[in-house]
Design a protein around this ligand. Structure first.
Ligand SMILES: C[S@@+](CC[C@H](N)C(=O)[O-])C[C@H]1O[C@@H](n2cnc3c(N)ncnc32)[C@H](O)[C@@H]1O
Length: 397
């Protein structure tokens, strides 16, 4: 199989030594007899484990046969299996009963897998809610479940996971389950682009299985060398909402503004996709058109957009509106005021109005230091970043 397609199929993004050392050095275990790694790849995490506990028996699994051959220089106490880590009877395959591993390290593939009925068992036995109508499921969650199942009580897991589990609305139940059943010792936010060729925002989640969680959780952020900043401590109630350092840093830095009395914004999401517009043969203003504007932060719609706009019941941006991307890598940099013309906007944009405030005031607020920090702190999504309408309506003015 071609390297590129295999990389995509198996989510092969490898951990750099700064992050593998950080992950392993944060463990509080003094001695380790059995260490496990599912999806071992080139062994970045497990070699950091061997470095710290040279006598540990290491058990690793990877679906890609190439990873088995690469490690011919593996120490005798390291046993590797070329297998699917998501098989139900993984314990039989690797000869490691559930509840035996002292520690587990993992950087799972961030891919979504077609739903398979065995995944219900796999999620259920790790205590996670089983979706009733799932078509696909994140492999990161399935790997998390398998690790929890194989780990001993009070054993530690250090796992690299995407932003979705840390603060995505859809994963609230996952966070509730983790917090209710295990002791999350800390969450470390990794720098953006921590993994080559992917934009996914990632975190190290460190937990102890089946131990009562402390009343607070420590959040850290690290730089490219793996050096961490002083922690921010959050309550368990806050942790159910989200566990990312950057959000709580923003909250600490701008407390008064964020909770002061604000005007409610009127927010309208564009009602037509670019594909639909193409089919209907009409022009729609899209995020890519923002870059074509001549004046920074200003939009002047050309006459191309006029005709469709007049006959449409979809959202139209016009003079005095503020436009902001709903999705994209640089939402905070995409705020614009409409200075002339009218246009149908695509479903990747919002139009914002605020009765009682001028467009300039609104623009200033959204592009101020606090505004940019607010937008960044409220942007969701691991890979495709997005801002929700309900969050944007609460933007503090
Ligand atoms: C994100 S990479 C991480 C590799 C390594 N642990 C690291 O941190 O550098 C994920 C690894 O999981 C492997 N993988 C993907 N799906 C798998 C599966 N179902 N069972 C076992 N391994 C799998 C891939 O081949 C890849 O080596």
């Amino acid at each position: 199989m071609q390297t590129q397609s295999k990389k995509k199929l198996h989510g092969q993004y490898y951990t750099e030594s700064a992050y593998s050392s950080l992950l392993v050095n944060r463990f509080q275990e003094d001695s380790v007899s059995v260490a496990l790694e599912l999806g071992v790849g080139g062994g970045a995490l497990l070699s950091a484990v061997s470095g710290r506990w040279p006598d540990a028996r290491c058990v690793s699994v990877d679906i890609d046969p190439q990873h088995a051959q690469e490690d011919s220089a593996r120490p005798v106490q390291h046993i590797h299996y070329c297998a699917d880590a998501l098989t139900l009877e993984l314990d039989n395959v690797i000869g490691l009963m559930s509840g035996v591993a002292d520690i587990a390290v993992c950087n799972p593939p961030f891919i979504s897998a077609d739903w398979n009925t065995s995944y219900s068992v796999l999620l259920d036995r790790a205590g996670f809610k089983v979706p009733t109508k799932a078509l696909r499921v994140g492999a990161d969650l399935l790997f998390l479940a398998q690790n929890l199942w194989l780990l001993k009580d009070s054993g530690q897991l250090g796992i690299i996971i995407p932003a979705g589990i840390i603060f995505g609305d859809k994963n609230r139940a996952v966070r509730e389950t983790l917090l209710a059943n295990h002791c999350i010792t800390e969450v470390i936010e990794l720098p953006s682009k921590a993994f080559k060729n992917t934009e996914v925002k990632t975190f190290i989640l460190n937990l102890q299985k089946n131990k009562t969680t402390n009343s607070t959780i420590k959040l850290y952020r690290c730089d490219k060398d793996g050096t961490i900043e002083p922690f921010i401590e959050i309550s368990l109630e806050e942790a159910v909402n989200r566990m990312d350092y950057s959000y709580y840093e923003w909250k600490e830095n701008f407390p008064a503004k964020s909770y002061g009395p604000g005007k409610i914004l009127e927010v309208f999401r564009g009602g037509i996709s670019t594909a639909q517009a193409r089919q209907l043969g009409i022009e729609v203003f899209h995020t890519t058109d923002l870059k074509k504007q001549l004046k920074p932060g200003r939009i002047f719609f050309s006459d191309n957009f006029g005709e469709a706009t007049c006959n449409s019941n979809k959202v139209v941006a016009q003079l005095g509106d503020v436009v902001i991307p709903r999705v994209g890598r640089n939402i905070e940099g995409g705020v614009h005021i409409v200075e002339g013309g009218k246009a149908l906007i695509s479903d990747c944009l919002y139009v914002i109005r605020c009765p009682g405030r001028t467009p300039e005031e609104l623009y200033e607020a959204l592009t101020s230091r606090e505004g940019v920090a607010w937008i960044k702190a409220h942007t969701h999504g691991a890979c495709a970043r997005f801002l929700t309408k309900s969050d944007l309506k609460k933007f503090p003015l």
